[in-house]
Design a protein around this ligand. Structure first.
Ligand SMILES: O=C(O)C(=O)C[C@H](O)[C@H](O)COP(=O)(O)O
Length: 235
């Protein structure tokens, strides 16, 4: 069971490494967001990235932040500095972007929240390093080459940690998590749209539990919470 840092406590990206898996949520109403976050926590994964793709995203994020202080809630699909402000004002404790925007990174720094921008190429990685980042999201991970792409990009950039996201599911998560440069994996498979629409939150909890187990099995040496993948990451 992963424990989220208490509300108000500083969060850094190592906390995502501790979880090992970042569920990516797309919701059309705040109540569904709240139920999904509760089901994920029931499954031992008190972490959720609420994507800023829907009109309800802000309210869903705010509801989770207010009602579930035990859950580490962040914002995803953040592509403008204005969205950083909206997300942080709603209670986001980390920010994720599909790509690398200097404006987003700088606003996150100003607001004091850790940011995980997306990269897909070595050129993107160099830009991230120039900005002083130590961890990036690899997106879309399955399209840019899967675990082989992580390995290839890790070679010239030792010390950089990756959070592969995009096209990952229960069957492929372990292949990424077994790589030492992988901090965590992200994905929507635990909170699939059809499950939310059907109100099948038991299945959300079951998938969260399976994901936690897969992460622990892929990083077996020191166990969940203190595994190699959970090493410290500077902002
Ligand atoms: O919204 C963002 O910030 C993104 O970069 C995209 C999401 O992380 C992926 O869409 C999740 O991918 P799936 O697990 O394949 O659904």
């Amino acid at each position: 069971m992963t424990t989220a840092p208490a509300t108000g406590a500083p969060v850094d990206l190592s906390d995502l490494g501790t979880a090992g898996v970042v569920p990516v949520l797309v919701v059309d109403d705040a109540a569904t967001g709240l139920r999904a976050a509760a089901a994920l926590a029931d499954g031992g994964l008190p972490v959720v990235e609420v994507t800023f793709r829907t009109a309800a995203a802000r309210d869903a994020l705010a509801a989770v932040a207010a009602e579930r202080p035990d859950v580490l809630v962040g914002a995803g699909t953040v592509i403008t500095a204005a969205q950083v402000d909206a997300a942080v004002d709603a209670g986001a404790r980390f920010v994720v972007s599909p790509g690398l925007s200097v404006a987003v990174v700088e606003r996150c720094r100003e607001r004091g929240v850790p940011v995980l921008p997306g990269v897909a190429t070595a050129t993107d990685v160099i830009t991230a390093l120039d900005l002083g980042l130590h961890a990036v999201k690899l997106f879309p991970a399955s399209v840019v080459g899967g675990p082989s792409a992580v390995k290839a990009l890790s070679a010239p950039f030792p010390g950089l940690r990756f959070v592969p996201t995009g096209g990952i599911d229960a069957s492929s998560a372990g292949d990424y998590l077994a790589l030492p440069s992988v901090l965590a994996v992200g994905g929507s498979w635990m909170v699939e749209k059809s499950l939310l629409a059907a109100g099948d939150f038991d299945e959300v909890a079951r998938r969260a539990r399976a994901a936690v187990e897969a992460a622990a099995a892929a990083r077996p040496t020191t166990g969940a919470g203190t595994s190699a993948g959970a090493g410290a990451v500077a902002r």
